[in-house]
Design a protein. Structure first.
Length: 247
């Protein structure tokens, strides 16, 4: 706490929503932090869960009930850990220093940072319908990198299945990187085209070499479709972004 610590308290909360099944869909735990001045405090919120119920999402919150004045806090080293019921339902999360593997939510523009114990949310699967061709890419996940991140390369891979339009259509998987501004061209990208694979489940991999002397700003992970004869619908699964750090 950097302001208001003389009188105020901060509450850290983990709030879980189960999938609906007729039971109460929510559970949460809170930890109150107060009375320690402007010192750096560690906190842990542990939420016991019903392992027989499917988890939909978790909201990680900081709450404040005003007593006398405003409150300002600094947060660092935020991490979310899960204990799976079994390995098959574990949503993997990466350790940048050791694994360099990150799974990310789909159909969102959320931000994640390359730090140890990066919290992970969302799913790794999605259904995409290419029906509005005024939309360049109906799937575009923007992954924001921390300041002063330098990479040798990155790889975007996963599984894809065309469920309609596979007789005539093609789908393109693209990784599009934006560097921090300089006098040089700010973009780099690589694409892989998938076609003539029917409706089988197909693995894809987009490898993008990078200039390790330039700081990375963000990467856009996209799926594109150039219309030939019909609409196209695809299923995506096991989407992974892997980075090779230059540091």
């Amino acid at each position: 706490m950097i302001e208001g610590f003389e009188t105020e308290s901060l509450i850290a909360e983990a709030h879980v929503t189960y999938h609906r099944n007729g039971q109460y869909p929510l559970t949460h735990r809170r930890v109150t932090i107060s009375g320690n001045g402007d010192a750096v405090n560690q906190f842990t919120v542990k939420v016991p869960l019903d392992k027989n119920r499917k988890i939909k999402h978790v909201d990680l919150k900081f709450l404040y009930t005003q007593n006398q004045q405003d409150l300002t806090v600094l947060l660092d080293n935020l991490a979310l850990y899960v204990v799976p019921k079994e390995h098959s339902n574990l949503i993997e999360h990466g350790n940048f220093e050791n694994e360099n593997l990150f799974r990310f939510p789909t159909n969102s523009s959320s931000t994640a940072y390359l730090t140890t114990d990066t919290p992970i949310s969302g799913e790794q699967s999605a259904l995409i319908n290419f029906t509005d061709f005024d939309v360049y890419s109906p799937f575009n996940h923007a992954y924001q990198f921390a300041e002063n991140t330098y990479l040798n390369s990155l790889r975007f891979n996963g599984k894809l299945q065309m469920i309609t339009g596979y007789d005539t259509e093609s789908v393109i998987a693209e990784a599009h990187v934006t560097y921090h501004e300089s006098e040089q061209y700010p973009f780099a990208h690589e694409r892989v085209t998938l076609s003539n694979v029917g409706n089988s489940v197909t693995s894809f991999e987009v490898d993008l070499p990078l200039d390790s002397s330039r700081a990375i700003k963000h990467v856009d992970l996209k799926f594109l479709h150039f219309k030939n004869q019909s609409n196209l619908s695809i299923l995506l699964d096991d989407l992974v972004l892997t980075v090779d750090s230059a540091n």
